[in-house]
Design a protein around this ligand. Structure first.
Ligand code: ASP
Length: 328
């Protein structure tokens, strides 16, 4: 089978392309098309995991006989650490690899690499890869359950789930009738795509805003509306999600300057005050402090950035249990 190529899978605005939905299989490839009931089941399971994590720091034995391989073919801090911690807190045997230390550099194919993990007994393989669609391709090649930990500009479903969990906590359990502004580099953001898919399925209105060079063409086809300015997007919103400028994915000068970006699109305290008085501020990290988010906002009382990180471990516990068939 031919490996999906960045140009053939969606960096732009399309929906309904997810294969192997978590509701119908053990793979978690994306939130696009995931039914509301599945989203809620995972969020409820993650709340139970959060309670376990807080109550008892010793490993549980839920995944005692399971092996989890975490394969990172692209840099990762939060996602890798949180999958490692989640696997260990569930009692699984966990192994983590980054592409730097793998035999891919000796010419081994990605498919063969994953089959080595499987032959080593991996029940669940967590994959991050720069090519959109790589986890979906691999899910068709191995018996192990595959979890997408971020594939290029396509999706980052566990980040989307932790964002939903964080918002559900901030919004006292109610999604319907809420509105969130997602600001900045939507085009290169798998985080934004997964968030938009999950949020709109749960009845949240999503407004995006950013430089036109950093918005996917026909972005509204993802189910969101587009505001002309950050102030318009944030006015009266229940939350704002700032996105990192993904300069590593920009192959041309898409911005006049960083200072100009911050002036026009940066989220500072004055802009935060445009939202509802109980609105919250999210960022998937890593934060470019002083560029997309002012430091006093990142660390301010409306920020739920550290809740996102803590919820990330709980979501990954829930997702690992589900992928391993132990979600009871
Ligand atoms: N950590 C997130 C990701 O891997 C967000 C980012 O890198 O900007 O997509």
């Amino acid at each position: 089978m031919r490996m999906p190529h960045a140009e053939t899978l969606p960096a732009g605005a399309t929906r309904g392309v997810a294969v192997g939905l978590f509701s119908a299989s053990r793979h978690l490839l994306g939130l696009d098309g995931m039914p509301r009931t599945t989203l809620i089941e995972i969020l409820d399971a993650a709340e139970r995991d959060l309670a376990h994590l807080a109550a008892d720091r010793s490993p549980r034995d839920v995944l005692r006989d399971a092996t989890v391989v975490i394969a990172m073919f692209e840099d990762s801090t939060r996602t890798r650490v949180s999958f490692q911690i989640a696997a260990k807190r569930l009692g699984a045997t966990a192994s983590t690899f980054s592409s730097h230390g793998l035999s891919l550099s000796k010419g081994e194919t990605l498919r063969d690499t994953l089959r080595i993990f499987e032959a080593n007994g991996a029940d669940v393989i967590v994959v991050r890869h720069p090519s959109p669609g790589a986890p979906a391709y691999l899910a068709g090649q191995v018996e192990s359950a595959v979890i997408n930990a971020g594939d290029g500009m396509h999706e980052h479903p566990t980040q989307g789930l932790l964002d939903l969990m964080t918002l559900r906590q901030a919004w006292a359990g109610r999604f319907d009738g809420r509105r969130i502004a997602i600001i900045g580099d939507v085009k290169h953001s798998r985080v934004a795509r997964s968030a938009i898919f999950g949020l709109t399925t749960l009845g949240v209105a999503v407004t995006v805003a950013g430089p036109t060079t950093l918005l996917p063409t026909h972005v509204e086809r993802l189910g969101c509306t587009v505001a002309a300015t950050v102030d318009e997007a944030m006015e009266g919103a229940d939350a704002v999600m700032a996105l990192r400028l993904q300069r590593e994915r920009m192959d041309q000068g898409l911005l006049p300057s960083l200072a100009e970006y911050t002036r026009v699109w940066g989220i500072d305290a004055a802009r935060v005050r445009r939202m509802r008085s109980d609105a919250v501020v999210l960022h998937p990290g890593p934060v470019n402090r002083g560029i997309e988010l002012a430091p006093d906002v990142a660390d301010g009382e409306r920020s739920v950035i550290l809740d996102q990180v803590a919820n990330g471990v709980a979501v990954r516990c829930a997702v690992l249990r589900r992928a391993a068939g132990r979600d009871g």
